[in-house]
Design a protein around this ligand. Sequence first.
Ligand code: UD1
Length: 437
Amino acid sequence: MAYDGQSNAAICMEGGKCLDGTVLIQGSKNAALPVLAASVLIPDTCVFKNVPYITDIDCMKNLLKSTGAVLEEHKEAHMIRIHSENIREYRLPARYVSAMRSSVVLMGALLGRLGEALVDYPGGCVIGERPIDLHLFGLEKLGAQIWTDKNRIHAYADELKGALIKFPFPSVGATQNTILAAVTARGTTVIKNAAREPEVTALCDFLNKAGADIEIGHDFIATGRIVIHGVDISRLHGVEYTVIPDRIVAGTYMFAVLCAGGNITLENAPAAQLRSVCALIRKMGADVVLDDENDRILVSTDTKQIIQNVPFVETGVYPEFPTDLQSPLLASACVSKGTLILKERIFSSRFKVVEELVRMGADITALDNERVQVRGVAKLAGRTVIAQELRGGAALVIAGLAADGITTVTDTRYIKRGYQDIVGDLERLGARISYVD
Ligand code: UD1
């Protein structure tokens, strides 16, 4: 059954087949969402290419429409044209905001455009505490007045003013929200300890193309410093922008090779953004060739029997090992030789997938709230397991490639929030996998 973007059909697979072939990496969810949100700041028409066909983007499209933006979509071409000449609504509909946490970045864009934003507390995957205090901290520093009650946040500013903002933690979303509000603020904003993730740089690139004046130095990874010189909104203009490739989807397929064995080429893959991941995969015994010039990554292992766990991995902010690949790593560690201790440092509750992997025969012990110990086993056993969140759901799919017999992953709507066609991609790589009703 082909992916229709709507149904919640289960994913069913028979393990034991090596992966072989080439897969084209989709546009990045986490880069596309903030640039689409940024379009409401620009009183003109923007064209976005390489937009992934996933449900979180559908949610963002609905949010944009609710503000008065007019969207033209060319699904086959992964292209969206957004006309933002008549943005007039600062209140965002609760049903979309509560469905997706990144709806909160619309606050910065709406403040910049209309001087006001009213949103419900945002939703998203259940991976632990996800407060938005740092978002509000950044917006308040720029002069926004903020009122919150149990359910809603109301932000208002007669005029936003540039400020020095030092984040106590480099939150990705809070950095993006602050940048969006600062683009048209009066004067200069300096953000210290900004998030260094490529999706932050991508947002700045997009905004600069559209007429913003943002300095993000070559030493950004070391300094975490962003300088935004506010411009009059009339300086912002429509642009054509191509969304960067998705490093997390690329990483997921690399860990799939560790689970299943094989030899794959990732095309349109952000090799430079995956250095820490590639270094780990090499340490685990696979061959990885990074072809930066052609945006290509080759991952291979002659036999998956040689894949070994490294003793310790911890997640961290970019360029450290990404929290979004923690679950895919966990899946491959379950079927690698030796023992891994895996520490999650970014989110407080990101081990929900452990229970399902244990049901498949994995040997995982929780050491404390942040750490699990994985002892590799020769094989997992096919079972019916439940996706409870996006990356954990994808991890169950790649675990199924290493399981004896049939694995069925249910509640796949979580996976469709971020993976355009995980089934089609793995099928093209030779996996025995399909959607079932
Ligand atoms: C983004 C990504 C997500 C990724 C995460 C970390 C998008 C749409 N999502 O999420 O896939 O896993 O970065 O790389 O881009 N925090 C606070 N207060 C705040 C904001 C965050 O305490 O106001 C905490 C969070 O609870 C979490 C940590 O900071 O523990 C990291 O969150 P953040 O960097 O903000 O991640 P997101 O932007 O939500």
